[in-house]
Write a protein that binds this ligand. Structure first.
Ligand code: PLP
Length: 427
C-alpha cells in the first residue's frame, strides 16, 4: 500500500505520477478524443469492461489526476471534476434521486444551492425540505419522509458562516438510511475533512480556495466509499439494479466502493456533460499545490481583520467562528481547530445605505462576486448573491439587509485593515 501522506504533501505530490521521461508537471491533455488500434479495444471501454480514455466528456487524464488529488485530500475513494460547483451539487442529487424523491437540506447554504434545491430540482419532481441546522435532532428528524434520499449541508455556510454540526447531521441521515452530503468549499480539506465526522459525500466549488486565484470556475464530487448502498438497495435502485442504458451494469456489483462516482461519470456526464475543461483542471492543480499555505494565511489574516472590526465603534456585529464569543466558536474548535476560512461577515450600525457607502469607499478591497481568492473582496449579499430571495428566505439563509461579506485575502493584514479603517471614516 502507498504511504499515506499529510495534506501539504498530497497537495504537491498526489495525482500526476510521471513515468520515466514524462513531463514533471501535469500536462494539459487538450484533446477531445483518444486513439485505439482495434475496434474491440474501444468496444471494451464502452462496455465499461476496461478502464481507459475515449472521449473527454467522460474522462480526461488531466482531470483524473486532479480528481485523484482532491480525493486523497478528502480521504475519499474516488472523485469527479465538474464544470462548476453548481454542477457538482446538482449531479450529487441527480445521482441519487429521481422524480418523486425528496431531500433534506440545511437552510444555511449558498444562494445558488438554495435556488437549485428550492426551485430547479422541484421542476424535475424532486422535493426539498430546508431545516434550520441549529435545530435539535428531534426537530430536524421531523423533516424526513419515506422518500428522503439524501441530507445536505455546508461545513461553513456561504454567506451565513454558520458551522455545520456534521456529526449531528450524519447521525440523522444514517438513522434514515441515507447519505450525508457536505459542501466543503469554504473549509477545504486543509481545515476540515467531513468524512472523519461521518459525512458520506463531499462536494466543492473548486472555483474558491482550491483554485485560489479566481482563474477557473470548477467543481468536484468526492465519495468516501463508506455508504452501504446495498443495505438500502430499494432506496437507491440507480446504484443497485441494472442500468439498461449501460448494458445492464449494476454499479454496486461491478464497481464496489467506487459505484457512486462511476455512475455519476458513466451516466450523468454522458447525458448532461458538465465536464471541467482540462485547461481549468490544470489551473486548479496549480492552485492546489499552495492550498495549505494560502489557507493558513487567509485564516490568520481573517482573525486579525475580524478582531479589528469587532473593536470598531461603527461595527454592530462580526460573524467569524475563529473569534472567541462567536456563536459557532465551539463547533469550529471541534471541526476546524486550525482555522475555518478567510471569509467573515459583519454589519455596520445604521442603515443599509451606510453599508453601500462604506463598500463604495473601499480602495484595496474590491467589490466582486467572488470569495476565497488571494485578493480581498467584499459583497453585499442582500443586493448581490441573494437578491432573488424574499425577506423570510433571507432570514432563513442568515442574511440581514445590512450585512457585508468580506473575503479576506493574503495581502499584508495591516493594509487590509487600513483600507477598512479609511472606508469606515466615510460613513
Ligand atoms: N457551494 C458553495 C459553498 C459556494 O460558495 C458556491 C459559489 O459561491 C457554490 C457551491 C457554487 O459554485 P460555482 O460558482 O463554482 O458554481
Amino acid at each position: 500500500m502507498e504511504k499515506a501522506y499529510r495534506p501539504d504533501t498530497i497537495c504537491v505530490q498526489a495525482g500526476w505520477k510521471p513515468k520515466k521521461g514524462e513531463p514533471r508537471v501535469l500536462p494539459i491533455y487538450q484533446s477531445t478524443t483518444f486513439k485505439y488500434d482495434t475496434t474491440d479495444e474501444m468496444g471494451r471501454l464502452f462496455a465499461l469492461e476496461e478502464e481507459g480514455y475515449f472521449y473527454t466528456r467522460l474522462q480526461n487524464p488531466t482531470n483524473d489526476a486532479v480528481a485523484e488529488k482532491i480525493a486523497a485530500l478528502e480521504g475519499g475513494v474516488a472523485a469527479m471534476l465538474t464544470a462548476s460547483g453548481q454542477a457538482a451539487n446538482f449531479y450529487t442529487i441527480a445521482n441519487l434521486c429521481q422524480a418523486g424523491d425528496h431531500i433534506v437540506c440545511s437552510a444555511k447554504v449558498y444562494g445558488g444551492t438554495f435556488n437549485l434545491y428550492a426551485a430547479t430540482i422541484k421542476k424535475l419532481g424532486i422535493d426539498c425540505t430546508f431545516v434550520d441546522p441549529d435545530d435539535s435532532e428531534a426537530r430536524i428528524d421531523q423533516a424526513f419522509r419515506d422518500n428522503t434520499k439524501a441530507v445536505v449541508g455546508e461545513t461553513i455556510a456561504n454567506p451565513a458562516l454558520t458551522v455545520l454540526d456534521i456529526e449531528k447531521f450524519a447521525k440523522l441521515a444514517h438513522k434514515h438510511g441515507v447519505p450525508l452530503i457536505v459542501d466543503n468549499t469554504f473549509a477545504t480539506p486543509v481545515n476540515c475533512r467531513p468524512f472523519e465526522f461521518g459525512a458520506d459525500i463531499v462536494t466543492h466549488s473548486t472555483t474558491k480556495y482550491m483554485d485560489g486565484h479566481a482563474m477557473a470556475v470548477g467543481g468536484c464530487i468526492v465519495d468516501s466509499g463508506n455508504f452501504d448502498w446495498k443495505a438500502y438497495a430499494d432506496k437507491f435502485p440507480g446504484l443497485t439494479t441494472p442500468d439498461e442504458t449501460y448494458h445492464g451494469v449494476v454499479y454496486t456489483k461491478q464497481f464496489g466502493k467506487k459505484a457512486f462516482i462511476t455512475k455519476a461519470t458513466a451516466q450523468l456526464m454522458r447525458d448532461l456533460g458538465s465536464i471541467q475543461s482540462p485547461m481549468n483542471a490544470f489551473l486548479l492543480n496549480v492552485g492546489l499545490e499552495t492550498l495549505p499555505l494560502r489557507v493558513e494565511k487567509h485564516c490568520s489574516n481573517a482573525r486579525k481583520v475580524g478582531e479589528f472590526l469587532k473593536s470598531h465603534p461603527k461595527v454592530e456585529f462580526v460573524n467569524c467562528a475563529m473569534i472567541e464569543g462567536d456563536q459557532y466558536y465551539e463547533l469550529a474548535q471541534k471541526y476546524m481547530p486550525n482555522g475555518t476560512c478567510g471569509v467573515l461577515s459583519f454589519g455596520l450600525k445604521g442603515r443599509k445605505e451606510d453599508a453601500v457607502r462604506f463598500m463604495d469607499a473601499l480602495k484595496l478591497c474590491a467589490i466582486v462576486t467572488h470569495v476565497a481568492d488571494a485578493r480581498t473582496c467584499v459583497l453585499h449579499p442582500a443586493s448581490h448573491t441573494h437578491r432573488q430571495m424574499n425577506d423570510e428566505q433571507l432570514r432563513e439563509a442568515g442574511v440581514t439587509p445590512g450585512m457585508i461579506r468580506l473575503s479576506v485575502g493574503i495581502e499584508h493584514p495591516q493594509d487590509i485593515i487600513e483600507d477598512l479603517e479609511q472606508a469606515l471614516l466615510q460613513v
